[in-house]
Design a protein around this ligand. Sequence first.
Ligand code: ADP
Ligand code: MG
Length: 705
Amino acid sequence: MMELGKAAAYSEFGSDVFSDAEMARRLPAELYIALHRTIEEGSELTYDVAGAVATAMLEWATEHGATHYTHWFQPMTGATAEKRDTFIDFAGLDRMPILSFSAKALIKGEADGSSFPSGGLRATFEARGYTTWDCMSPAFLKRNSDGTKCLCIPTAFCSFSGEALDEKTPLLRSMEAINHQALRVLRLLGDTKTRRVTPTVGGEQEYFLVDKRAFHKRKDLVYTGRTLFGAPPAKGQELSDQYYAATPEPVMAFMHELNDALWRMGVPCKTEHNEVAPSQYELAPLFVSANLAVDHNQIIMETMRRTAERHGLTCLLHEKPFAGVNGSGKHNNWSLLTDTGVNLLKPGKDEAGSRVFFTFLMAVIAAVDEYAPMLRMSSATIGNENRLGGEEAPPPIISVYLGNYLQSELERIAGGGSVAAHTGEMMHIGVSTLAEIKRDDTDRNRTSPFAFTGNKFEFRMVGSSQSLGMPNTVLNTIVAESLSRMADALEAADDRESAWGAMMAEQYAAHSRVLFNGNNYDAAWTAEAARRGLPAIDNTVDAVEVYGSEQARAVLNRHGVLSDHESLARREIALQNYATQGHIEAVTMVKIARQTILPACARYSGVLADAAAASKQAGVAAPAQTAMLRDLNRRMNDCRGAADALDEAMRRQIPETAFEQAVLHRDELRPRMEKLRAAVDALECIVDKAYWPLPSYGEMLFRIV
Ligand code: ADP
Ligand code: MG
């Protein structure tokens, strides 16, 4: 095997990370060992250890040219936050300037968090929020294009009373929960060696790149991240000539710089390719532990944005920047890995391994079936609402794809068939058949919101701009719940072997309704899913309401992931986000229609009117100009009416609660926004291009290809 450092292109990998190797080199041995005890066993971090780490970090960071440090955290805005400090301090009576970084500065920061969403967990006057170091995620350097560097310390963010105000805290709690329950099940299945089970995640990121100049001419993109207007171009993605096609040169240059920057920060980018829509691309990193993957994904999104700017491009991470072509998602590949190196969702090689595999497979299926609304909730954002169910993304119905072969094996075992008898042959066939299924059924497989892909599950519903935090928090928690019930059942039994069989049979009978190997985009599936009693939550407000449900609160509470209070706060924040972002979209539409579109149309109308009048004066009939003028004015009137109707609906008394505001947006504003869009898009199709004030879809989607 070749070492990473030996290949020139990769030699910078992780060079901007304060890595484990760096710590081993710089920390006294006993403190390094103590730190690892904290990281691996979750024991408490002492001030001695933190002090030594802080000193080593300061040394390393300043040697690498860093002048600032920041606690880097993930408030519930979907993005990251930072407040930078320099390492400068005064010491001694004569106040000598020195470089300093203490244990306290490393472990705990105070942020005036009053402007971050808290959903009522904190009144504004109780501004204090705390950030605490997540020692499982290494510190790294962020470079600016002017050469300055800032040491970023990944942290969790909570309130004065310890309530989670971020994406990371509940995620870490859920990782503890699933570790605990998975270990219980493993012990009951005879595993005595495993000491830790960690969820692993590989998050594939889809995105669009558009010309920066065009972006800035589109106020809808600037303010909302998506185009609120735009007639379809003559050509979209119908020819499938973009998917996996050769990437255009300017984008290759962007990707090259992106990879370099990400590798330096230790983000293991692996795969890049053109996606289905014109100007749409994807990047997939190698999988890592869930909390690190969430951090990596945030770093990826931020670095994409910054790098694009330097290439005269703008990176769009919105779920549906353009109507009529594919939107962007974030495929969340998820599995469970033991500290002994076993992937629990990889078909086992012997009887014991096989039993473990089928047990965990069943646990995931049961969790997804029972808690489908929570998975839907975890991917509910206003942007994703435009994408889910849009012919290119999974519909808002959650089902699990296993493939026919694996499903029939699971059914056989649930029916009492032996795990042992077929093991060798079955697993051999199992793996190769899976490969075959992937080859043959790729299209159908890709329509599933929750697909088993050989050694992991892929949750495809997550939106491209979202943090991966909540989807994985939910996934870990609901599977922990499933595993805990299995452990309870096995613990209570005298004869574990037969109890296992009974448990598998019972679980399969209760949850096989969620298994679906067919085409999820097919309208027949919607009807079939309804017949099976699977929930279909087609809008964000209903999906977000799940935070308040008895079922969600109970399971999040039981595993110590979110208290009741914290769940309700998240519901409030999600509703507020939906209503507020929706309001911004509506205001943007009205403004663009009134201040940009209609005036441009009026100018063009003047030209047509002059032309018609001039023709008439010259004694030449001008039926075409007259008809064009009439048509234009009729459509302008439609547009004005639609803008007025939307504006008027917004001006009616604004309801008090976030829930009512969200409902108002969903039921009153959105339908009016659609009408206004239709009116404007119809105008675009008949107005002289020279007069049309916005870059068209064609110009944006095909410019850099
Ligand atoms: P596929 O061909 O099924 O898309 P890949 O091997 O290309 O699978 O992986 C796609 C994504 O899934 C990558 O980000 C990869 O790191 C991730 N992945 C692979 N194995 C695992 C795993 N065991 N746990 C979590 N993510 C994984
Ligand atoms: Mg993909």
